[in-house]
Design a protein around this ligand. Structure first.
Ligand code: IVH
Length: 676
């Protein structure tokens, strides 16, 4: 029976698609579809070709794994080809593999079991390392299996790749093969930095490893957190290796090469299945990505007996895990408000099974990233879920974009509390300005509000606050002052005595200082010292509330960014209401005279640093004195510093001041300078 025209067409279309994705993957380093989808296309083509062998052509992508190297780096011919592995996905396919092996080896029932080396299938880039007389002479990518690229300069930058083997007994020529990968933590950290800088992120750790290895400048590779586990050998000349794969791996380890600690020898197919589920259960907790496990017949003699089929050995098989990347569609994009007010876009997805769980939400990190990836409602996207990291939208499959899509904009108002959403210049993250008012931020804000340097309410721990917030008992900080002894003592693990103490502490906290109160409000960038400066400068809350950005920048150590944050906070009516509510419940402090800063005071234009313990005043008091006379106080000594005020145990700042020939004063000297 000859193939129908439809089958021919289907085969041609699959080949075209696969060639295109090979090119994107190998040459452009820029994938468009997840591996799982690529595997499906490949399998579909393989099945059609198997059923219609007359249609197999030499140039079909099934006849060669991989693609041409990109041509930028020097090419390297592998003396022994770097093979690939056949895959199985289900347990029964594994049983079939084992049955084929046992049959070919004429293993009878009742004969001793077959030992396999079981190893994680690392998700990175395959690399060959060539050692001549123990010295690393060449590193190469796998490329198409026959020809790879010379990446010697780059593999040399990987700390776990020995430049010379340890010990003795290694063959004169030894080619080891293994996987270079980027551990998840390094990958996440790299992407976080890139995201904050508005730069392109890596799609996944495998891409990150492959891309890093193919850098032309080894300095760039060196800056990437790469690691390598070796899992086999290629060319071996002038020496002998043991007769079992597992023994070879132990030898490689003795010679200083790094091998995967999860590898072990298992007995028979049952041993393989047990290993698969064992590693599967550990998968999320591993520090690197794996996409399955590999079983290799451990005896080299038996491996030789089994031989190869086209590009893959008959003695090994990869048993894949559920893919960590899958395709799905974006049904909507919503914005979530985090505990610190960060407004994050989240994609609502058509549920998809990925990384072992069903995922229906994925983060888009921030609005810039969303726009850079150009994610729209209706798009087909790749979602990735690996380890404990929250699922993320990795990229859009542009050629599957429907005609009608909806673009996404950053909301102007917080979806939780309705306060304004603001994004400071140069910042990737947009934030809700609701602070204390915003329910999403309530627990965090309240913990800060009661903390030691703020209102200092002893006995009100983080757990209790979280419970009270989740029970909706604390809508804003004023509710703290409405908590009753009866209500508190009826709670689990809270006796009458602790309830009494807590109510007393809450009551006592009502009498506070303006500086503490201002700090307690949790205005971003307004730490304890800044709050104290602002309080001292203005003397009263109304004065602060009404201060302009310009006015605020007159406060010592307050720059334009802090001034803006303070202004935005007091422009939000909700925040003013919260403050009024606190006043109504009796929170109070003593106003002080606004600080008179002598614009042309005796110290104006002079910069001071204070260090060590002064005999009669605290450093803060000294600072206020200096500022009142028009001087500026900064934290570190530089060539711009005019005076260092040094007390006891002055340390490194004093040394630096002496080196830079900055005048050094003691407390007495400072008093003289300002004539008090
Ligand atoms: S053995 C002849 N062992 O999987 C066998 N490969 O599809 C050659 N891989 O390109 C490979 N972990 O990059 C082997 N423990 C492991 C592996 C492993 C990952 C990759 C390797 C290779 C691909 C084969």
């Amino acid at each position: 029976m000859t193939a129908s025209a439809a089958t021919r067409k289907k085969i041609e279309s699959l080949r075209e698609q696969i060639r295109y994705h090979n090119y994107r993957y190998h040459t452009l380093d820029d994938i468009e579809i997840p591996d799982a989808e690529y595997d499906r296309l490949m399998r579909e083509l393989q099945t059609l070709e198997r059923d219609n062998p007359e249609l197999v052509t030499a140039d079909s992508p099934t006849q060669r794994v991989g693609a041409e190297p990109s041509g930028v780096l020097q090419t390297v011919r592998h003396r022994l080809p770097m093979l690939s592995l056949d895959n199985v996905f289900a347990d029964d396919e594994l049983l079939e593999f084992h049955a084929r092996v046992a049959e070919k080896l004429e293993f009878e029932d009742g004969a001793p079991t077959l030992s396999y080396s079981a190893e994680p299938k690392l998700d990175g880039a395959a690399v060959s390392l060539l050692y001549k007389n123990g010295s690393l002479v060449q590193g190469a990518t796998r490329g198409d299996g026959t020809t790879g690229e010379d990446i010697t300069h780059n593999v040399r930058t990987i700390a776990s790749v020995p430049l010379h083997l340890l010990g003795q007994g290694f063959p004169k020529m030894l080619e080891v093969r293994g996987e270079v990968f980027m551990p998840r933590a390094g990958f996440e950290a790299y992407n976080k930095k890139a995201r904050e800088a508005g730069e392109k992120t890596f799609v996944n750790p495998r891409n990150a490893a492959a891309g890093s290895l193919r850098q032309l400048d080894p300095k760039l590779t060196a800056a990437r957190p790469l690691d390598m586990y070796v899992y086999g050998v290629g060319l071996v000349e002038g020496g002998k290796l043991p007769g079992r794969h597992s023994e070879i791996i132990s030898k490689l380890q003795e010679w200083g090469l790094k091998t995967c600690p999860e590898s072990r020898v298992v007995e028979g197919v049952q041993g393989c299945v047990d290993y698969y589920y064992d590693i599967g259960a550990k998968r999320d907790a591993l520090s690197y990505d794996i996409d399955g496990v590999v079983y290799k017949v451990d005896s080299l003699a038996l491996q030789r007996e089994l031989g190869f089929v086209s590009r893959a050995p008959r003695w090994a098989i990869a048993h894949k895990f559920p893919a960590q990347e899958e395709l799905t569609t974006v049904e909507d994009v919503e914005f979530q408000v985090g505990r610190t007010g960060a407004v994050t876009p989240v994609a609502r997805l058509t549920p998809v099974f990925v990384g072992g769980v069903t995922v229906s939400n994925a983060t888009l990190h921030n609005i810039d990233e969303l726009h850079r990836k150009d994610v729209r409602v209706g798009d087909t996207v790749i979602v990735r879920r690996a380890g404990d990291v929250i699922p993320e939208v990795v990229s859009v499959v542009k050629d599957r974009r429907p005609e009608k899509t909806k673009r996404v904009r950053l909301p102007k108002l917080c979806p939780v509390c309705g306060s304004h959403v603001k994004r400071e210049e140069g910042e990737a993250v947009a934030r809700c300005t609701g602070g204390l008012y915003c329910k999403a931020q309530r627990a965090e804000s309240l913990k800060h509000f009661v903390s030691r340097k703020a209102l200092d309410i002893e006995g009100l721990g983080a757990k209790l606050i979280e419970q009270l917030v989740s029970e909706d008992r604390l809508a804003d900080p004023s509710d703290l002052f409405r908590l009753t002894r009866e209500e508190l003592s009826s709670r689990e693990r809270m006796g009458d005595k602790s309830a009494d103490n807590l109510v007393r502490a809450i009551d006592a906290s009502k009498s506070t200082t303006l500086a503490r109160f201002l700090f307690a409000l949790g205005i971003r960038e307004v730490g304890e010292a800044t709050a104290a400066n602002i309080a001292t400068y203005f003397g009263s809350l109304p004065a602060i509330k009404n201060a302009s950005e310009d006015g605020l920048t007159k406060v010592p150590d307050v720059g334009p960014v802090v001034a803006k944050r303070v202004r935005s906070f007091f422009e939000e009516q909700h925040n003013l209401d919260v403050i009024d509510g606190l006043g109504d419940l009796g929170v109070h402090w003593q106003d002080s005279e606004p600080m008179k800063v002598a614009e042309d005071g005796p110290l104006s234009g002079q910069t001071f640093v204070i260090t060590g313990t002064l005999p009669t005043m605290t450093r803060d008091e000294a600072k206020t004195l200096i500022q009142r006379e028009g001087g500026k106080v900064t934290g570190s000594v530089s060539s711009k510093t005019d005076f260092l005020v040094a007390g006891d145990k002055a340390g490194s700042k004093l040394a630096k001041a002496q080196k830079l020939e900055v005048s050094v004063l003691d407390e007495e000297g400072l008093r003289r300078l300002i004539a008090i």
